[in-house]
Design a binder for this molecule. Sequence first.
Ligand SMILES: [Zn+2]
Length: 479
Amino acid sequence: MNILIKSKLIKSSRIKRLAAIILRFLDGRLDARGLENELIRLYDRQGEARTSAPPWRPANAVSMDGRNPASNASMDGRNPHQPTNLNVIPGSTRNPASNASMDGRVTHRSETFQKVKKLITQRYPLRSPADLRPDQLEAYADTVAARASAMENLDEYRKRGTQYVQVKAIMDGRTTTICRSMHNRVFALQDALEMNEKQELLAQPNSFWEGNQYFAQTPTPEIDRAWMPPYHYNCRSRVVPFIQPRTDAEAAILKHENLVPLKEKDIQAIVDYAGTLDFADAAKKTEHFSKHRDELKVRSEEEMMLKLMQLLENPLKKMGLAVSARDNKLNLYVWDPKEVDGKHEFIVFALDTRCVKTYYMKTEADIEKNFSEANIKASILTGKHVKKGAKMVDELDVKHYEYIIDYFKNDDSCDELEMFSRLRFDEEWEGIPEHLKKRILAVDKIVLERFHSILDYPTFNKYIACIRARVKREESKHE
Ligand SMILES: [Zn+2]
């Protein structure tokens, strides 16, 4: 087996075993001595000594951490009647840090073991069993184990000479806002080590749990300190050694994700990169062309792409970057400051999935929502003064909204843009002509019938609540 995969497997099974040990300690099945024994078994025999020490023990060798092999030979967990010493200060000279058992096997009392024990018994102890319900207890144990694992990884990176680390979230429908905003953040290893040492206690009174899934010291997208995962219960984010970006565009995107203001050349690198992108596939491009050819005033797909490129090359264009909460993808939004019938040419590039998402006519109020409504790491790169003023809802707006049915059917994240538009329609509802209201409500009803639960995140939920309330109000009017 590949060594890297093997070491990952050992680690993932270790974190599960650690969580099980912590759970048994928390619910009283293990006492302090039992905990120590279990940890020794996990970290000394399964852990570092086994993976990093030679399988033999040379006579008079210096132990792994450079200290002399100590004489006490009992800490491998097979002998629970030996006195254990839970009160020792980790790393102090009073604490023999390693020892060899009689059969010559290394039973190294590692630094990691000491730190993990301290984590469980001192940093994150329960005040009383009444602090947590049984299901919370399990989540709590998993989270302490995740913290221990992060600590172990950071220690390992330090030994390898890593200087910077990067947070990686697993991006899918379950990703939390915190993890989305921490994703790709880069921190100096030294800061990460320090923060990991002092991050918030996990034990919280019952009142804390009500309606609060996060820690008290909740990281926000604006944070400038090296917060380390886990960020909340059941967090899947982890920390990895930072690898330098390979291209100027990647470097610029990384800057954006780390909240560093972009310079002119960074923005240009992103624009140059966007210029290499096309629709996801030929069918998507053809479909897009047939839907939007009239409003874009183009006669062929080639002409559509040419016009798109012209907008991208327009020195007066406006631009913004944001991570959409819909699919956790980073988008580049480009639009023409020139207004035609109240709308602007508007392109969305999916930078992560490397394609053109859409290109059509939108009001600036709708475009602006991409930088305010439940999107994170959002910033407008040029033309900061976006007009918010109300715009009449017209035929084209409604036609675009009707496409949301297709988007939902195809799980196409362009649906989000239409959700934003629909939210705006509601703000301007009284001014919308009756025949357009009817078309909007017809779409609303289909969505409520068939798609009301296909997604679950703030913008979608707000959208569903909005159209449900509107449909109800309109129906009561006609009763
Ligand atoms: Zn998380």
